[in-house]
Design a protein around this ligand. Sequence first.
Ligand SMILES: [Zn+2]
Length: 317
Amino acid sequence: MKQVLIAIIGGLILISGSCSSAPKKKVVKPVKPKPVNVETKIEHDKIAGLFVFPGGKLKALVMSFDDGPDQDKRLIEIFNKYGIKGTFHLNSGKFAAKSKASLDQLKTVYKGHEVSAHSVSHPHLEFLPASKVSNEILADREKLEKVFGYPIHGMSYPFGTYNQLVLDLLPSLGIVYSRTVTIDASFRLPKNLLVWNPTCHSGTGEYWAKKFIETKKDEMMLLFIWGHAWEFDNAATDSAKEKNWTAIENICALLAKEKDIWPAAAMEIADYITAAQDAIEKSPEGIISNSSPIVLWVRSKGKIVQLKPGQVLSVSK
Ligand SMILES: [Zn+2]
């Protein structure tokens, strides 16, 4: 009996080949996955109570969808109807068969939303050597930047998986954040932008959207929904498909009514919380200084004030 044991992060897959003789009883010891070193870069407890999101808002929403299927077009129409900004992670390998005209059309489809990387060919990055990981990500960025005309610094992991090598390579490949598929329903800011765990999959989005709206905390909170637009059409009947589309539209309608929620691209959140973290980290105790190019919104003496690029503020009590 041929057995191939493949260790993957978080578990094991046992693939059994054909049996030509009586199988021997063999005990396979589970392989402990290698720990991945995830250094904390964003300190929720230090910044979530001191800063607020732009416009003085306490809550933010990210909608992050993978693979760039045709269904993104319909999803974007829904997002546009409700003023919600989407983040779309695309595999540029799919662009090879497209004409220049259809690539130009894509630019129109995704206008006003964030396009972000998802690798060229959607491999399991954790099984690749460093050179191939680099090529999958750099070539994807380059192609997307050429088509969409702006720098791409975000991504989501194909299959949601990664290993230490991938994590270590990302900063040198120009990637600032990368989304996983590991659920963290705490509404807290991510500890590390390269291991950004979403709040929920779109399939449970309505439940978590309601929870997010109900939850009142005097600190910054984030609802991060991920999924694939092709999943809405992944049903046996037309009415089941329409039910899926109605469900995502209901989520958008619910969240759009809330005036205290900032619908943002993942990159906007990444830039904002990185700037907030830097503003406290690079300043002496009791002072915050904004060395970023964006305006930060800060609580000061019972009020919310704007801290413009280059400005310094005393926050001592
Ligand atoms: Zn994918």
